[in-house]
Write a protein that binds this ligand. Sequence first.
Ligand code: SOE
Length: 384
Amino acid sequence: MTRPLRVAMIGYGFMGAAHSVGWRQAPRVFGLPAEVEMAVVVGRNGNAVAEAAKQWGWQESATDWREVIARDDIDIVDIVTPGDSHAEIAIAALEAGKHVIVEKPLSNTVAEGEAMADAAARAAERGVKSMVGFTYRRVPAVTLLRDLIAEGKIGRIHRVRASYQQDWLVDPDAPLSWRLQKELAGSGALGDIGAHAIDLTQFVTGQSVDRVSGTIDTIIAERPLADGSGTGAVTVDDIAIFTGRLSGGALASFDASRFATGRKNALSIEVSGEFGALAWNFEDLNSLQYYDRTADSRAQGFAQVLVTEPEHPYVAAWWPAGHMLGYEHGFTHQVVDLVTSIADGTPLHSSFEEGLSVQRVLDAVERSSAAESAWVETRSAVAV
Ligand code: SOE
């Protein structure tokens, strides 16, 4: 590329901070095929977004995203706003010829996701790239998990268990936030963290979740407003538990909750196959657990693979073996892959189509729960 790729980030909350770290680290740690400039961060509150620009190293701040995506000196639009604005901003940016990365989940509804995927396909014909920020795919151990399954290490997949547990809402005094309002977030634990469990399952197995049966529930339905002026209704789920049938025939179990007391950000997946099993959990994110059924029966057991060798995905650019990576490195790796794809024209995941496939699963779980199709009375109501 002749001139630097200039980035506009729309939004500046928790994900805005994480993305900013990625934009700042990637060019300094990886030899990117194009330079990157953190041109402008956009937010509705002029003073607050100016502070964010200063804190995270953006050249400018602005309050009108439409004006920013119309600028000729902007090449990439990074959307880290709540889900209710993903579709409008992403479609406008794609139609303006900008490359787009949008935080997960892709959208708040399947219809919005379909419109976004259509816009992305049209833009791709003009060489415009787009992706959804499922960053856990880019933890080296998760990419390695996917690679080992693709190479047949565990053979035919029989069962998957994917779970994402947090507990930041167990306190009834935790205030109402945008993540608890359906019109802003689209859903609760199901879409915010369940989307990661679904995407991880589809990514590492290479299979789709074709059918689901499940239940979502709201545990605390009323919460104090942040400004102390009263209370407001929680209009999303606090917990989602469901089963899935994968396109390869295996059954998968999923649970996503913000009421898993004591679990702070516990994302985990285990894939069990005919020749062995692979397991990963975010609380030990640099390790992969591998069970090899083809090994000497006297020496079988879950082996801990420390995914910090230079031959492991992304690791060579970082530190010597054994020096660990963290949560923010997935955001750096997604910048590396996006910039490389823009500069070299290489394929890029996860696409808006992949994001739409997750949206379809989320929608199906909500429909299954509403239909109460999962429940069969056991008549085992003995006094216990
Ligand atoms: C909040 O639940 C959250 O920030 C999610 O929105 C992110 O996707 C997850 O990575 C961490 O938790």
